[in-house]
Design a protein around this ligand. Sequence first.
Ligand code: C5P
Length: 422
Amino acid sequence: MTQQKITLFDNKRIILGVTGSIAAYKAVDLASKLTQAGAKVDVLMTAAAQKFVTPLAFQSVTGRPVYTDMWQADSSGGLPTHIAHVGLAEGADVLLIAPCTANTLAKIAHGLADDLLSLTTLAARCPLVIAPAMDGGMYESEVTQFNLRVVKGRGVQVIEPDEGRFASGLVGKGRLPETPTLIGHLRRVLGRGGTLNGRKIVVTAGGTREAIDPVRYISNRSSGKQGYALAQAALDAGAKTVVLISAAQHLPAPVGATVVPVSSAAEMLYAVLEHIASADALLMAAAVADFTPEHVAAQKIKKSDAPNDAPTLALTRTPDILLVVKKRRADTGFPRVVVGFAAESHNLLANARAKLERKGLHLMVANDITAEDAGFEVDTNRVVLLDAAGGQESLDLMSKAAVGEMIVRRVAALLAPPTQKE
Ligand code: C5P
C-alpha cells in the first residue's frame, strides 16, 4: 500500500537507526513509508544490522546516503563520519532506533559510543524514540528491563514491542510493531507543542447501530473515516488527550487516542457526557441514528412459512446528543468548543446553518452527500465550514486527513483567539 503524505512530516528530518535484529527487514518498509509521507530519512546502520539487510536497500527507498562506518569520510570527501555525525544529529527532528537490540539499548543506557549509531545518539539533542525488538526471553530479562527504566528516566520514548512468534519459533513479547504503529508514535513526538498543546479533545465517529434483535440492526453508511482523521489531526496538533468515541468497526485506532467503542445512539450519548466534563472541544463527526426500534426483540425474529408475512418495526426517536450537550455546556461551560457535522442531500447550506443555530455550535461542517467523491466511505471530502459569527468557508476536494487538519486549525483558533492588535 502506498503511504499518503503526512503534513507533520513535511521537511522533517528523521534519523532512523537500524540495529542487528531480524526485524531490520521491517525497517526498510518503515524508511520507505516515512519517505513517501514527506520526511527526509537518514539511515544509520550498525555492523550487525548489515548482516540482515544491505545499506543499498535503505538507500534505494530513501534516495539518500546511508551511514554505516564512523571512520569513513563523508560523501563530499570532507570530515570522517565520526565528526560529521554531530551535524547529522544536530539538524534532526527526531532519532528513531527501530529495531533496537538489547545490545544497543544497553549502550544507550550507559552512554557507550563505540559505533556510529551509539555515537550519534549520544550527541543528539532531538527527541529519541526506541523500538526494542529481540528474540526469546531477552526483552523480559532483568537487565534489559533495568536498562529500559534507565532510558525512560532520561526521557527516551520507548515503543512497547508486540507479542507474537519470534524467528526462533518461541512465542513472547519482543516483536517490532508494524510500520503504521511506529509512524503513529513518531507523529505523537513530532506533534508536541502544536496548536492543541495540552488540550483534551473528544471526537465521535462512525454510524451508530440500533438493535432490532440479537442479530439485526439499523445503521447508516458512515464509515467513520472522517472522525478517525479528525482524531489523528488533533493528535498531530499535540492534543494531550484525544478520546475517540467510535461506532466504526474496522478502522485502526490512531496511536495515542483513547478509543471508547459504542454501538447505539444511547450508548454514544452516555460516553459523550462522561468524557466532555473537562473537554476543550467536542467534534461530533458521528452519524447518529435519528430513529431506533421501540422494542429490541430478546430472540432472533423468525420468519413464518407464509410468504407475505413480515413484521412491522415501530421506531422511536433517539436522543439528540448535541442538544443534550448544549444544555450541559450552558450549565458547566464544558466542552468549551462544539463542532457539528451536517450530511445533507439538498439545501445543504440553509439546513446546516439552521442546525448550527439550533444545536448551539461554534462550527458546522457541511457535507454534500450526493457527490461521489465526498461524504460517506470514500477517502476524500468536500465540505463547507460555517461558523457561529456567520462566516462561511468552502474547501476544495481534499483528503479526509486534510479536512481534519483544517477543522483542527479552526478549533485551535476558537480555543485560543489571537490577541487583538490595536
Ligand atoms: O440533525 P442532524 O442529525 O442532521 O445533525 C447532525 C449533527 O448532529 C452531527 O454532528 C451529529 O453527530 C449530531 N447528532 C446528534 N444526535 C443525534 C443526531 C445527530 O448529536 N441524535
